[in-house]
Write a protein that binds this ligand. Sequence first.
Ligand SMILES: [Zn+2]
Length: 488
Amino acid sequence: MKTVTSRPFRARGGIGKFLLVVLAIAAVGAAWLVLDEDAGTQLKKEAELAAIGAIGKAATSRLPGGEDGAATHGSAVDLIRRPIEVIEIADNVHYATGVGNTMMITTDEGNVLFDTGLVLQVEPQLRALKEVSDAPVRYIVLSHSHADHIGGVRFWQEEGTEIVAHEDFVEEQRYLMELEPYQYSRNRTLFPWMPAWEDRPDIAMMRYGGVEPTITVGDWETHRFTLGGVEFHVIGTPGAEGADNAVLWLPEQKILFSGDFFGPQFPQFPNVFTMRGEKIRKPMEYVKSLDLLLTLDPEIVVPSHLDPTVGAVQIRADITKIRDAVQYVHDATVAGMNAGKSVYDLMQEIKLPPELDLVQNHGRVDWAVRSIWDYYATWFHFDSTTELYPVPVREVYADIAGVAGSEALLSLAQNFLHADEPVKALHILEVVLAGEPGNVAALRLRREALETLLLAAENGLRNDYEIYWLQYRINDTDNRLAAAAPQG
Ligand SMILES: [Zn+2]
């Protein structure tokens, strides 16, 4: 799940360790000159693995709730605290747990990996799986290009290892790399334990990207290969977390390695849109991919986060429900667009019927409605001429506040809060704060409105991203209140 960063560090106290690591690598570089090439490469790999292991340990201990013991919310943090261990699914199938799991299928002619976890966890995952088998790694199959799935590739890859991925993998990796500072800042807003961009450990072996598939598979196409008598199918399944999704299917054992195709949990309502700010995921392609997976009739689903689901009947029922739920939300949105309804009306109106009810802690129905609208219609909603020009309504907020007076506006915001309309209260408070960013009464009301929304979120859908965002805004409001307090 991409709710977790590949660099969950705090800034303080980390830099000394990173310098040591850089020095260690420099020393290995010097030794490399006097060794033959193979031995040098092996030594360098070993040193990098040890270094990355040390960084990973240090990072985990600095997480909220780690050594500091602070309480946190959210599956991202829970995942990174999960101990790394190997779990056996079948004689020939094991996985190492972590933020992102690393799956290994062993054969008489070498091993096949599916996904390689987070770079920070590659050292313990690799060592644990090598204890099961250290036969050559013949294939690495990647579910998609997110950092929590490709982090270990450069450490696992050997001479002649085939890297199998979707044909859009390279393009997805390119845009994620080009937008890295933007993505980083948005991730850090939601996951504040990350260090600032300028304080992040910028070490070559940890950097995102650089994975080059040697075999690719297109949308709804299958690449088949056999190794040690075991048949493997890699299937392109677009529409899930990224356009470059692929799954791995073992037909004899009816095991489906699903990556993030279903999201971090199975079953759940999918993230058609991620507020971290990536491209919209195409809903009808997703439905088609779900239909394809139904024809396989898996007996075990092994996701790249959390644990497998076993049982063909339940799996079939769950995949069908996800498919029908996405189709339902899609069709209702399209019908509403054709009926001339606004996107906001539809966000309020469209709900899953009871028989399609799914948890929405990752993806949300109302955000999916908006994403489907934007995917089909883009950003001009025919609501107002001003939509066409780069002059947002907030540019006149301060003027409105000047005319209306902050007292009248604050009392209006207060009324909205009493009427349990916290979002309307926030709109009014944005007008006041545009003119007076340090208005203490407005900041206090803003905090109250955000707390109301947070309580509703925690007692409602428990959507992780909504909760992370509200926590960030409450924190930001507290900082502004502290800055606005009279000195003394
Ligand atoms: Zn993931």
